[in-house]
Design a protein around this ligand. Structure first.
Ligand code: XMP
Length: 530
């Protein structure tokens, strides 16, 4: 892989995505990873990300010069560029000005490998307060700008490169070309990482992992689990059984739609539907803490799968009931594999990546019980959402699955602020159905990443509905735009559409007498309220 060393930038994942867009596989590692460990992963190249610190600040993350002496091509971006300069005895100094946004590059060296075929004048997007004032010995300065006497440098023999700006950010002119020049020319990497290859590679890995065993897949109806199932189906055929658990936390008519779409989506894999509404609602009774809800829902999911799996194995004659009520395995093939559609951002956000803070226990990662008796198969663990969609299309899944907006595993359970009850779920479902119908009618489905509708079940306010005073609940609309759910902005849904949603909900759902709009970006607010 190409490893992106994360110096605490919000851009590290973005860099990895851009590298993958250049058809080269890339992963993010923390700057605290020792050089030996980084090299042990045999990176084809290394990219040092930007970061919020100043290189000479006490406690600023340091670049171990050994990383630059291993013969692996390195590209430093912004802070990464400055830390390269500092590690190699160049000079980094505060410029006194913090530059944000676009800066024009002035002189670009036509002979540069990194900036080959780039115009002399172009905008590079940047945010920094320090500048490299002298390049390390042996390096050529290949670009300058008003704020930076050394805006880019390179040492083609040592295959070390750096730029002061952020070529990974969408608003950098031709930034992708800078990355590609580094990858293809500087590091000599062939762009061979394509969707087709991902499928082949994953199918092979799944075959290796599962062997002659059987697997069970938790189908949520979302694109992730459907693509994961389709990959496993391709690898092991009918030894895969998909299980759809109706936990009673789904939206209106959703379960029926999923059952219907399933037939088309996973090439004939077997589907078992388990109705577990009572079980989930009982387990959630009296619980209001978001993390506890997530853990309970995750736990009940697994328990339900375990029961379904035992059933499936029994049907296949791989286990027999014992006199005492337990079961025993009759074949070595009874290893139970559980397929999950865990994505790369889930892994990073649940702290399962490397050193990232735990923000929420996504039920498909952090919420798993410790006594889990399955071995996990997670063929999407290294992929971003857009890549999963590409894999899904390539596998022939229908658009209605591939382009389905994300819906969290814990479902409406984390969209009721307060205790989850059947009555509250019913209220939320009716309001949510109206919001979704109106957004779809307005043609906003692709523009909006998703629009959680949240019931503030413990909040009441006074209203007038029909003939009299009401004391009802508010509903929150949370429409957001996003590329990958790591960051998001509140969506500027037209007022007319918001107005229609509000009027319809307060008319058609008597328990709701107020509709409010969430205008918070992520960060600081997460997309879901819990
Ligand atoms: P947050 O609320 O963390 O959500 O900004 C980011 C994205 O993830 C979805 N989400 C989940 N998906 N299991 C899931 O499968 C979960 O536990 C979970 N929690 C949040 C959320 O809808 C958004 O798209």
């Amino acid at each position: 892989p190409v490893l992106v060393v994360d110096f605490g930038a919000q851009y590290a994942q973005l860099i990895a995505r851009r590298v993958r867009e250049a058809d080269v596989y890339s992963e993010v590692v923390p700057h605290t990873m020792p050089v030996a460990e980084i090299l042990a992963r045999r990176p084809l190249a290394i990219i040092l990300s930007g970061g919020p610190s100043s290189v000479y600040e006490p406690g600023a993350p340091r670049l171990d010069p050994a990383l630059l002496e291993a013969g692996v091509p390195v590209l430093g971006l912004c802070y990464g560029f400055q830390s390269m300069a500092a590690a190699l005895d160049g000079t980094v100094a505060p410029t006194g000005v913090r530059e944000y946004g676009a800066t024009r590059l002035e002189a670009v060296d036509a002979a540069s490998q990194l900036l080959a075929d780039q115009d002399v004048e172009q905008n590079g997007w940047r945010s920094h307060g320090d500048s490299v004032t002298a390049a390390p010995e042996g390096f050529q300065v290949v670009a300058t700008s008003a704020g930076s006497p050394v805006a880019a440098f390179e040492h083609p023999e040592k295959r070390l490169y750096g730029v002061q700006w952020h070529p990974e950010v969408g608003h950098s002119d031709r930034g992708q070309e800078v990355l590609e020049n580094f990858l293809y020319r500087g590091a000599g990497i062939d762009p061979t990482w394509t969707t087709g290859n991902v499928i082949e590679e994953q199918v092979e890995r799944i075959r290796e992992q599962v062997g002659e065993g059987t697997a069970i897949c938790a189908l949520s109806g979302g694109v992730d689990s459907a693509v994961a199932a389709a990959l496993v189906q391709r690898a092991i055929g009918d030894r895969l059984t998909c299980v759809y658990v109706n936990h009673g936390l789904m939206r209106q008519d959703e379960s029926a739609q999923i059952e219907k779409a399933f037939g088309e989506s996973t090439g004939g894999a077997k589907l078992v539907v388990v109705d577990a509404e009572d079980q989930f609602l009982q387990a959630l009774a009296g619980v209001t803490d978001p993390e506890q809800k997530r853990k309970i829902i995750g736990r009940e999911f697994i328990r339900t799968f375990e029961r379904a799996q035992a059933e499936i194995l029994r049907e296949r004659g791989l286990v027999e009931d014992e006199a005492g009520g337990g079961t025993h395995t009759t074949s070595e093939d009874a290893t139970a594999f559980l397929v999950q559609g865990t994505l790369y951002p889930d892994v990073v956000e649940s702290g399962g990546g490397e050193g990232a803070a735990n923000i929420k226990s996504h039920h498909n990662v952090g919420g798993l019980p410790e006594d889990l008796s399955f071995e996990l198969v997670e063929p999407l663990r290294t992929l971003f959402k857009d890549e999963v969609r590409a894999v899904g299309s390539e596998l022939g899944l229908p658009d209605e699955i591939v382009w389905r907006q994300p819906f969290p595993g814990p479902g409406l359970g984390i969209r009721i602020i307060g205790e989850v009850t059947r009555e509250r779920l019913d209220v939320l479902r009716r309001a949510d159905a109206i919001a979704r119908a109106e957004l779809t009618a307005a043609g906003l489905d692709r523009e909006i990443w998703q629009c959680p509708v949240v019931l503030l079940a413990d909040v009441r306010s006074v209203g007038v509905q029909g003939d009299g005073r009401t004391y009802g609940h508010p509903i929150v609309l949370r429409p957001v735009t996003s590329d990958d759910a790591m960051t998001a902005d509140w969506a500027k849904v037209p007022y007319e559409v918001l107005g229609r949603i509000s009027t319809r909900i307060t008319n058609e759902v008597p328990e709701i007498n107020r509709v409010v709009l969430d205008v918070t970006s992520k960060p600081p607010g997460t997309i879901e309220w819990e």
